[in-house]
Design a protein. Structure first.
Length: 702
């Protein structure tokens, strides 16, 4: 296993800029230049996304920006000692010691354990003082290596690396507390919060057992300890795993940052809650509140967006699998495979009749003139269609189930899935799935908050919540909401099918703008879900031609941003950094595959120029596809599902034109009032010097 930190990842006494974005960008560049990340921009973007959730500044002039990133190929630590310090959101002022912890998206356990060891060491004053007095990059590397990879003789005595499920014993008869710490990446704040709580408990003489739910694994607290615990501390920025273990216990909850800054206060609050009959308690379910746990509250709009995006993100794999199977069935068996088979006594389609009544030893035979492929191809096509249809049957239940899950955690899954299935039965479709999922989630969350007698509390998560929440949500859907929502869905379908000419082109422009507005965000996802639900209806025979045109419009427009950025980096490479040019090469394949997120690194670095340009290109493509009337019977795949397009040549022409428009627009926008950045690579290289102050100009150029 290679070293986490090397001298070329250390910058001493530098001044990269006035804010934390410049610092994180410089450290990201160090990681990329050392060959440990494929893209400095990708790492920077992921680190800033993590920074936006919870500031990483800590008391004592320390900051630990960190993230998991697909751009990282090897777990790494980059370190900068700043003169002067920069504000990272700590309560006591700027940070002058900054570690960027960069972990691969699927980091191995050994590396992640070492990273967590560093996080724990940063709560030790003597280690921090050594970093401030270090005279060279080699000395910093040695200090860090001693912490994350201590010599065998010292390992047993190293307090930072030792797990501490029971950290101090109280006098006889004193209360026992348990604490859970967890953060989104599970690398830094998780372990620092645990160690701060542990140290405070030792000083206060409190019997505290800590469970870290981090990236290097966790050992659950012994059930016997849980049963006798007087109160629970949740120091978490994410949901608590297996929260139902603590049902009924008094609870104190905050983000990890508070546990790091004032652990004694949290312990005193937990001791007070242990004797307070009116104290807040862990709900009887698996955590109606866990999904919203964070160091700060969120607005109603942010919460609703989170619920909907959770549902959509879990639904999309069903869309992709089912849609591509159905597209493959059309390729193998022909589009007529969905029509009713006259030979079927029960009026089944060719696909269903062949799949159920034929086999590899009894291949189907189609009548002449049907346009079907029979024999082996026809039979395989029938199987693909039936399997794809089965996957499509889960779209609305998955949407509703995981919206409810986002609201109520696991108690919401059963009522959410059931109300989603009911929505499909009554014809309310995806509208019913969204509304029903929200109702099911709140019903489950409400029931999980009931304070039941201890004798029946064990039945709450497995019987009471699923039963009552299902009755409430599905009952409301059947009795009150199903028919109005079904009527609204039917009206929407009729409206879409009636769009022709200018109206269709206008819709194409709107969808193209939506697909390119936030590149995989909620607006993009809303347009995609709108298209895929229409595709589902069209394939099932409940929709019309226009819904297939909408699917083609959305896919074509979504392909434009990565392709346009790839083209722009090719025609004017001097406008882009080396990392961006590398991203541009990868964006060709991403765009061709309909992965809009391939343009995110460019948009994150320069949103005011990139996003409007991409929207212009996407709107152009959307208008052309809608005007051409191209139909698409696959929800994903880009150029690789050409066989599912009614006119692939016109589809590709529209994508090419939109790509050119977007590329020209972003190239012109970047050319006006900005200097070429490619020649600045040599200047940027000087920034890596360990003890040489770095100028702000060099950082800005990157």
């Amino acid at each position: 296993m290679s070293a986490l930190i090397t001298p070329d990842l250390v910058a001493l006494d530098v001044s990269p800029g006035a804010d934390k974005t410049a610092v994180i960008r410089q450290l990201s560049d160090l990681v990329a230049r050392s060959g440990r990340a494929t893209s400095a921009e990708g790492l920077y973007s992921d680190a800033m996304d993590r920074e936006a959730k919870v500031a990483t500044g800590l008391p004592g002039g320390i900051a630990i920006p960190h993230c998991r990133s697909a751009a990282v190929t090897e777990a790494s630590l980059a370190f900068a000692r700043l003169t002067p310090g920069v504000d990272f959101g700590a309560s006591d002022g700027p940070a002058d010691l900054v570690f960027l912890i960069a972990a691969p998206a699927a980091g191995d356990a050994d590396h992640l354990t070492l990273l967590s060891s560093l996080a724990r060491a940063l709560v030790r004053p003597e280690f921090v003082a050594s970093l401030r007095s270090a005279r060279s990059a080699d000395e910093v590397v040695a200090l860090v290596q001693d912490v994350v990879s201590p010599a065998p003789a010292a390992t047993a005595a190293a307090p930072a690396a030792a797990p501490a499920p029971s950290l101090a014993k109280t006098p006889a008869g004193g209360p026992t507390l348990i604490a859970i710490s967890a953060c989104p990446t599970g690398i830094a704040h998780t372990y620092m919060a645990a160690d701060k709580l542990a140290a405070a408990a030792r000083e206060m003489g409190v019997d505290l057992h800590v469970e870290t739910q981090g990236s290097s694994g966790s050992t659950p607290i012994d059930p016997s300890v849980v049963s006798k615990a007087a109160a629970v501390i949740f120091a978490v920025d994410v949901g608590v795993k297996d929260r139902e273990r603590f049902a009924g216990k008094p609870v104190i909850q905050s983000g990890t940052k508070r546990a790091i800054q004032e652990p004694e206060v949290m312990i005193r609050e937990a001791l007070a809650a242990a004797t307070d009959p009116n104290a807040r308690r862990v709900p009887g379910g698996t955590g109606a509140e866990a999904s919203t746990a964070s160091s700060g509250g969120q607005g109603v709009g942010s919460e609703i967006r989170r619920w909907l995006l959770t549902g959509v993100s879990y639904m999309i794999p069903f869309v992709a699998a089912g849609g591509l199977l159905i597209a493959l069935s059309f390729l193998l068996g022909g589009y007529q495979i969905v029509l009713t088979d006259p030979a079927s006594a029960s009026g089944q389609s060719y696909a269903l009749n062949w799949a159920l009544n034929n086999s590899f030893f009894n291949l189907p035979v189609a009548d002449a003139g049907t346009g079907l492929n029979d024999g082996l191809l026809g039979y395989l096509g029938a199987l693909c269609f039936v399997l794809g249809g089965a996957a499509f049957g889960f779209l609305v239940p998955a949407l509703a189930g995981y919206i409810a899950y986002a609201i109520a955690d696991r108690p919401g899954i059963v009522p959410g899935f059931v109300v989603g299935a009911v929505s499909g039965t009554v014809g309310a479709g995806f509208l019913g799935g969204v509304v029903g999922g929200i109702i099911a989630g709140f019903a489950a969350k409400w029931i999980s908050s009931w304070k039941l007698p201890s004798g029946v509390r064990g039945l709450q998560p497995v019987v009471i919540i699923p039963l009552l929440a299902t009755i409430i949500s599905s009952g409301i859907m059947v009795l009150f909401l199903g028919r109005p929502l079904a009527a609204a869905l039917t009206g929407l379908g009729n409206f879409l099918n009636g769009l022709t000419g200018t109206s269709a082109i206008l819709l194409g422009i709107i969808l193209g703008l939506m697909m390119c507005f936030d590149l995989g965000g909620p607006v993009n996802k809303a347009a995609y879900v709108f298209a895929t639900t229409g595709l589902t209806a069209a394939i099932a025979g409940d929709g019309g031609r226009q819904q297939l045109v909408i699917m083609a419009t959305v896919m074509a427009a979504g392909m434009v941003p990565p392709l346009a950025m790839a083209l722009s980096t090719a025609i004017r490479p001097k406008l882009y950094t080396a990392a961006e040019r590398d991203n541009g090469k990868a964006a060709w394949l991403l765009g061709a595959s309909f992965i809009s997120e391939g343009a995110i690194p460019f948009a994150a670095a320069d949103p005011l120029r990139v996003i409007p340009s991409m929207m212009l290109g996407g709107a152009t493509t959307g208008a052309l596809v809608a005007g051409f009337g191209v139909q698409l019977r696959a929800p994903h795949g880009g150029i690789f599902v050409f066989f599912a397009m009614s006119n692939a040549l016109l589809f590709f022409l529209a994508v090419i034109i939109g790509t050119i428009v977007g590329a020209v627009a972003v190239t012109v926008a970047k050319s006006v009032g900005s200097k070429p950045v490619a020649p600045a690579d040599a200047t940027e290289a000087a920034m890596v010097g360990h003890a040489v102050p770095t100028t702000g100009a060099a950082v800005a150029a990157s």
